[in-house]
Design a binder for this molecule. Structure first.
Ligand code: RUQ
Ligand code: CUA
Length: 658
């Protein structure tokens, strides 16, 4: 017993030593003369690329320009955002609904742009939520979250939201295996091996982007970490890295680092589709939310669904195969040709590269090494193209430049290493500051990468910026990769913690039909007020609906009386502006939620329950005109039994003359 404990402690120390980062050697002057010029985008000029960066524990997605590193926008996705009213306005609250009720936060790790024929197409961006498993779709015409779907039977949705080459599916895999939703989950944790399962979700994406869980695959209870779709010749397959194949339920840093090899699970989703057609799926009852944003009513709707179709990997022997992969693999990346699959074992001293053709042969010729929990295990050598020897320490993620090169990040040795996919020779290495996680090359996981820049997303910044107390911003670094040698050209801090990011040529997004304002005549919000003359205040028992408009530089109405304690007041503010970049804000003293930021042509609702008798000013928060400071109004709140009549006015309620 004591001995076991000692062994465990020793192992922890070893793993900890291995996993703490070291400062890169030769961290001296790596920025050479023309770096500034390469990252410089003159004032008034546009960047070449949009960069969509995951926000990690911020729950949001931020958008930067490349190569300038300028922050263009933060799009609220999984966390409430008081600045825009996301998650606070009545219209947006349903977006954050789940089977657990309203969840105001999540942990957002990966972004993925929609693709057509394996190329980034600029329509949508998908984003995963790690904590309460969900996938979001952002509409890149409006830069708004358009849809969120929850994933049943799952926990820790990490290997997501990777997509197939025509955006047929976006996937999600369980990082924390758990008992399935309809099983009795009240079991001892140490019955993990028996009761815990991993689920992979295949979410169908429709023509307009609408998401729907087509099916789930019940898989062994391991930790699914990352994934990527096959492309070209391997289209029809998906690859998921998995660790904790030891199936430990405690002290994973030791107990899940025992085996020399874990797995990449290859999933034949075309085969899975055939089984579904043949009726092999089981309908399983569960509960998950599906939330959609309606552009016409400017309102979200949340629906709870009750059923999901499940295929068993164990029963259907030819939809999943395990490929042994050293050791505790994290990243799982497929090269632009679809032939090479790169597994990055965090604790491995090499990078294995698998061949899709060899994998197919191995499956055909049954070159198996037994089974893992009922799933055939392909012989390592049979699927292996080769290994990159001594690449660095702690490999995590790989992207591609479309010229036959791969670029892998190394967390422990803090570097990006460039290597040749076919010959597996290391070609170049550059230090990062410090402990790089993900990296991004525009289009770098598609069939058509734009191999000009590489951005490294670092977990630790230490001494790179002026100190800001105990916490320093995470950071990104841009490298010019157009030549043989990688060249560092810029550092820039990021919002939250960046994990994966994607980038697309600026024109693809800029010319995709960017929406500049919402047409007021198309506004189908039930409480829209389409002209000042229609502004009114309506009492219905204790409910007060304020139909309000905003236009430079006043609200209609701006004097409201007759509100009583105990009333629930709904301010439905319609922004009448029909011009680009003229939002109005709305805030009222003492409100316990946030402001509204109403886009031109949109209607937003703030719910307010006054707690005190008195006069409550409201005002516009967004500096919209020279008379923005005049854009204000008053609400009078009287005691519950008061006889003050309900009145509302604009410009007429002048002081009584004597
Ligand atoms: S992760 S730093 Cu959450 Cu994608 Cu690898
Ligand atoms: Cu409207 Cu300031």
């Amino acid at each position: 017993m004591k001995n076991k404990f000692l062994k465990a402690t020793l192992a922890i120390t070893m793993v900890a030593a291995l996993f703490s980062s070291c400062k890169p050697k030769n961290s001296g002057d790596v920025v050479s003369g023309d770096a500034a010029q390469k990252a410089y985008v003159a004032p008034g000029k546009y960047d070449e690329f949009y960069n969509f960066v995951s926000g990690g524990f911020s729950g949001q997605v931020s958008v930067y320009g490349l190569p300038s590193g300028r922050l263009l926008r933060v799009v609220p996705v999984f966390s409430v955002d008081p600045q825009s009213g996301y998650g606070f306005s009545e219209e947006t609250k349903p977006m954050l609904n789940t089977s657990h009720g309203f969840v105001p936060w999540d942990d957002q790790h990966h972004t993925e742009l929609s693709q057509t024929n394996g190329e980034v197409d600029g329509r949508w961006l998908f984003a995963n939520a790690n904590n309460t498993p969900r996938i979001a779709r952002l509409d890149l015409k409006t830069f708004k979250t358009a849809e969120i779907i929850e994933l049943p039977n799952s926990a820790g949705n990490h290997s997501s939201p990777f997509i197939t080459e025509n955006t047929e599916y976006v996937v999600a895999g369980t990082r924390f295996s758990v008992p399935s939703d309809n099983a009795n989950g009240d079991v001892p944790i140490n019955t993990y091996k028996k009761n815990f399962k991993g689920y992979l979700s295949f979410v169908k994406v429709g023509k307009e982007g609408q998401m729907d869980i087509a099916f789930q695959i019940e898989a062994p209870g391991v930790n699914f970490d990352l994934s990527h779709a096959g492309k070209g010749k391997s289209h029809g397959w998906f690859f998921f890295s998995c660790y904790n194949t030891e199936q430990a339920n405690t002290l994973l840093e030791v107990n899940a680092s025992q085996k020399d090899k874990d797995f990449i699970m290859a999933v034949n989703w075309k085969k899975a589709e055939e089984y579904i057609k043949a009726g092999k799926g089981k309908k399983v009852s569960t509960k998950y939310a599906h939330n959609t944003w309606d552009e016409k009513t400017h309102t979200a709707k949340s629906e709870i669904r009750n059923e999901v179709l499940v295929l068993s990997a164990k029963e259907l022997k030819d939809i999943c195969y395990m490929i042994p992969c050293p050791k505790s693999p994290h990243g799982c990346d497929v090269d632009p040709t679809g032939e090479y699959i790169v597994g990055s074992g965090k604790l491995a001293a090499l990078i294995p590269v698998f061949s899709f053709d060899k994998l197919q042969n191995a499956i055909k010729n049954k070159q198996f090494d037994g089974e893992y929990d009922g799933i055939p295990v392909v012989k390592y050598e049979a699927a292996l193209h080769g290994e990159v020897q001594k690449p660095g320490l702690g490999p995590l993620h790989t992207e591609f430049d479309g010229k036959g090169n791969a670029y892998t990040t190394f967390f422990v040795s803090s570097e990006v290493v460039k290597w040749d996919i076919k010959s597996l020779k290391v070609l170049d290495r550059v230090p990062t500051y410090y402990s790089v996680g993900h990296l991004c090359i525009p289009g770098g996981d598609s069939r058509k990468p734009f191999g000009k820049y590489l951005i490294a997303y670092n977990k630790i910044t230490k001494d790179r910026y002026l100190p800001t107390g105990p916490e320093l911003a995470q950071s990104a670094q841009i490298f010019d990769i157009s030549g043989d040698k990688m060249q560092l050209i810029l550092d820039f801090p990021t919002i939250g913690e960046p994990h994966y990011a994607q980038a697309a040529p600026a024109d693809l997004i800029r010319n995709n039909g960017q929406l500049k304002f919402f047409k007021i005549e198309d506004n189908k919000h039930p409480f829209a007020t389409k002209g000042e003359k229609e502004a009114k205040v309506v009492r219905n028992g204790k409910r007060i609906d304020v139909y309000m408009t905003s236009i430079r530089s006043h609200f209609a109405s701006d004097n409201i009386e007759g509100i009583k304690l105990g009333d629930e007041v709904y301010f439905h503010v319609t922004n009448l502006e029909q011009d680009w970049d003229v939002p109005h804000g709305f805030a009222i003293k003492g409100a316990d939620n946030a402001e509204l930021l109403i886009m031109p042509g949109e209607t937003c609702t703030l719910k307010w329950t006054p707690e005190k008798v008195g006069i409550f000013p409201f005002y516009c928060t967004d500096f919209c005109s020279a008379l923005h400071q005049e854009m204000q109004g008053y609400v009078r709140v009287s005691p519950a039994g008061s006889s003050v009549p309900l009145t509302f006015s604009l410009g007429t309620n002048l002081p009584a003359t004597k």
